[in-house]
Design a protein around this ligand. Structure first.
Ligand code: PEP
Length: 258
């Protein structure tokens, strides 16, 4: 089994100064022997500072978005090359970008292609809205998002999938371990159809949606997730470190490692 992965998505929070304080507080509380992959995803404005602060430890850094072109007249956008200068990861297809900023699966696919071409590691988010869930469309939506977002992508070694049911994001209501397990299994079986058994089994699938120090252990134990994409709880060093520590203990108990 591979290492568990805990990624913090700070969204549009933290000035550079606040980012520095948060990173320092996380570092102070994090044990040095942690066997969990930790990624911080600050806003673009703090990427450079967070990358500088973490370059001597094992914490990795990711951007929250990327544009699909490598350079040119695209005011306000950031290219994969620019991100790659500062960090290794990028989140693509977060539901807030899909729903608030109108990102389609086609756009997500172009971004993934561009990011892969520059050697970035990707966290691809998929997940259904409450309305889609209530209409019994969860599996269909996950299938549509995965197949269209990964269309013509031959290899997915650099891609981690995050199952993020939209109704669980930022609501304080996490998916039940059963809903989470079902989502993870759906994703794995679609990956199996697309890329075969080996790739499906070795691809990391995270869960995101109101993860906190109280529910992480049950999600790891009962839902078979490979880690979490953490929003709100990653803005507080104590809760973020607690999620990491609990994941670490779980990983030591079950023997997950590289
Ligand atoms: C997210 O934004 O990816 C997320 C999972 O947020 P939260 O943990 O706050 O639900």
């Amino acid at each position: 089994m591979s290492k568990l992965l805990i990624a913090g998505n700070w969204k549009m929070n933290n000035t550079v100064e606040a980012a520095e304080q948060l990173v320092r507080a996380i570092e102070e509380n994090l044990e040095s022997t942690i066997d969990v992959e930790v990624i911080l995803c600050p806003p673009f404005t703090s990427l450079s500072k967070v990358a500088e602060l973490t370059n001597k430890n094992s914490i990795k850094v990711g951007a929250q978005n990327v544009y699909h072109e490598q350079k040119g007249a695209f005011t306000g956008e950031i290219s994969p090359e620019m991100i790659k200068e500062l960090c290794e990861y990028v989140i693509i297809g977060h539901s807030e970008r899909r729903l608030i900023l109108g990102e389609t699966n086609k756009i997500v696919n172009m971004k993934i292609t561009a990011a892969i071409n520059k050697g970035l590691n990707i966290i691809l988010c998929v997940g259904e809205t409450l309305e889609q869930r209530e209409r019994g469309k969860t599996q269909e939506i996950i299938r549509e998002q995965l197949t269209q977002s990964l269309s013509d992508i031959q290899r997915i070694e650099n891609i981690t999938i995050a199952y993020e049911p939209v109704w669980a994001i930022g609501t304080g209501i996490s998916a039940s371990t059963m809903d989470c397990k079902n989502g993870i299994e759906t994703i794995r079986s679609i990956l199996q159809e697309m890329y075969g058994e080996l790739t499906a089994q070795s691809t990391k699938i995270l869960y995101g949606g109101s993860v906190n120090p109280q529910n992480i252990e049950a999600l790891l134990r009962e839902a078979g997730i490979d880690g979490g994409l953490i929003g709100g709880a990653s803005l507080n060093a104590e809760s973020f470190v607690s999620i990491i520590n609990k994941s670490n203990i779980f990983s030591q108990k079950t023997g997950s490692n590289d």
